[in-house]
Design a protein. Structure first.
Length: 478
């Protein structure tokens, strides 16, 4: 497609308002379906903790236009009629997109300054497809960092020696880089310098990320020694790639690895220690990003007392104010659910058809449990708690179980067949319900302890420890 097509759309009167917007995306949808809007989702979680959504109407001639602010070269989501595709965009880009609604997202045409970039990205993803189902990924914890590993890489980590894994990952890295360079050679001057740097980061930091995971998680299994990490830790920590997912994940894994290597596993000082270490290892945007992530993570993991001093220090010294919203939002959100804060009232209908409110339960400790029969960790917790449910209820503790099940008959059968005690509520709309929003339930299992005054109380240090949970609930009786 030719660049002049974009200018034609402007002559047709497509509006691109707001002077602060630095990037333009325009396009056309052929074989338009009933859906008359199209959406862009820009991941700004790493900046402000949010995903920016841009929704625009499709005009009568099937054209659309977006003007948006892009802070760093990155991938964004384009969504139409429940289907999505990744689009690469960079600051001051101009991109033309042509879609056939019948085959979207499998065949998308590109024009404008970003055309060659996106054409390569499409070819790259077809050549080296990525597992998009994150529920299939394996999770491994090292220090305070969690690695997320797709099944194919996980299989390699489990069965390969350190020599074989290193060679395989290096070959994987070189194959991807050769593919990009061959395309660049065939399409001379087509790829932008920013995109070539982005792809280099995509390939190198993905390599570094999985190598760090292998070396840290499988250290004992495969006899990993310090020399294994030398080439991995030599990857440059450049802030120009802050928009790249693998760069950001590598950065967090890198600092976590460096801290453990120097100080070992010290649960008390892991957050503050990594904060201080980052000031030595990082600078500029990378430093602000990492520290904002660390503070937010500590807040959400209820390490408020541990990280509070660093929180105030960050707000006082951070030169990149765009990261401030992320940490302040985390602070205010967590403080809303912090011990001693009033728990939001609710009105629910029980399995017997009776109305129940939090206000009506004042004077009794409440275990507010969000679960579903399809959630295996939820069922496991319910089974463990069943041993103590009669004892707890006799003491005056309310066990209130709010189900996010999809089918009411399955939910009722599970309660009856498993003899689950307590009060039961069925909420088929799950996260769209008022109580889910008020209690910030974005995943299950999740639970809260509420004291006799209706305030949030301290939960067990390990959410899966039923004995500690029982003890915490009994303490609320005093």
């Amino acid at each position: 497609m030719k660049y002049f097509q974009i200018l034609i759309f402007f002559l047709l009167g497509i509006s691109v308002a707001h002077a602060e917007n630095n990037t333009i995306i325009v396009g056309k949808i052929n074989n338009l379906m009933d859906e008359k809007t199209i959406e862009l989702r820009v991941d700004e979680l790493y900046i402000n903790g949010k995903v920016a959504s841009y929704l625009t109407n499709i005009k009568e001639d099937n054209t659309f236009a977006f003007a948006l602010e892009i802070k760093a070269p990155q991938l964004i989501k384009m969504a139409y009629s429940k289907n999505t595709t990744d689009v690469y965009i960079e600051p001051f880009d101009t991109l033309y997109v042509e879609i056939d609604a019948h085959v979207f997202p499998y065949d998308v045409g590109f024009g404008g300054t970003g055309a060659f970039n996106n054409n390569l990205w499409v070819k790259y993803m077809k050549k080296f497809p990525k597992n998009q189902n994150e529920f299939e990924y394996l999770q491994y914890k090292s220090g305070i960092y969690w690695y997320h590993v797709p099944p194919d890489i996980n299989d390699m980590m489990l069965r390969m020696s350190k020599e074989s894994f290193s060679e395989s990952m290096a070959a994987r890295q070189h194959k991807r880089m050769d593919f990009v360079r061959a395309y660049d050679k065939e399409n001379k001057d087509g790829l932008t310098d920013m995109f070539k740097e982005f792809m280099e980061a995509q390939i190198n930091y993905e390599y570094g990320y999985y190598m760090l995971c292998y070396g840290n998680v499988f250290k004992n299994k495969h006899g990993i020694t310090d020399d294994f990490f030398i080439p991995i830790l030599e990857l440059p920590l450049t802030e120009s790639q802050i928009g790249n997912f693998y760069y950001r994940e590598y950065l967090k894994g890198y600092i976590n690895h460096r801290y453990i290597g120097i100080f070992g596993i010290d649960p008390t000082n892991m957050y503050t220690g990594q904060y201080d270490l980052s000031e030595i290892e990082l600078d500029d945007l990378s430093l602000s990003y990492f520290q904002s992530e660390l503070i937010s993570k500590a807040m959400y993991r209820k390490k408020i007392d541990v990280i509070l001093e660093k929180y105030y220090q960050f707000l006082d010294t951070n030169p990149y104010f765009e990261f401030n919203d992320k940490v302040t939002n985390a602070y205010h959100k967590v403080m809303k659910y912090h011990e001693g804060s009033p728990a939001p009232d609710f009105s629910l209908t029980t399995i017997e058809g009776n109305e129940i409110t939090l206000a009506s339960l004042k004077g009794k400790p409440v275990f507010l449990n969000f679960w579903a029969t399809w959630c295996k960790p939820c069922v496991k917790k319910m089974d463990k708690l069943k041993v103590y449910q009669e004892e707890l209820e006799k003491k005056g503790i309310v066990l209130l179980n709010v189900s996010f099940d999809r089918k009411e008959d399955v939910w009722k059968s599970s309660i009856k067949d498993n003899d689950y005690g307590g009060i039961h509520v069925f909420l088929p709309e799950a996260n769209d319900t008022e109580i889910a929003r008020d209690y910030n339930v974005k995943a299950i299992p999740q639970f809260y302890l509420i004291d006799k005054a209706g305030n949030f109380a301290e939960g067990p240090s390990k959410g899966s420890d039923i004995l500690e949970l029982k003890e915490k609930l009994e303490l609320l009786l005093k």
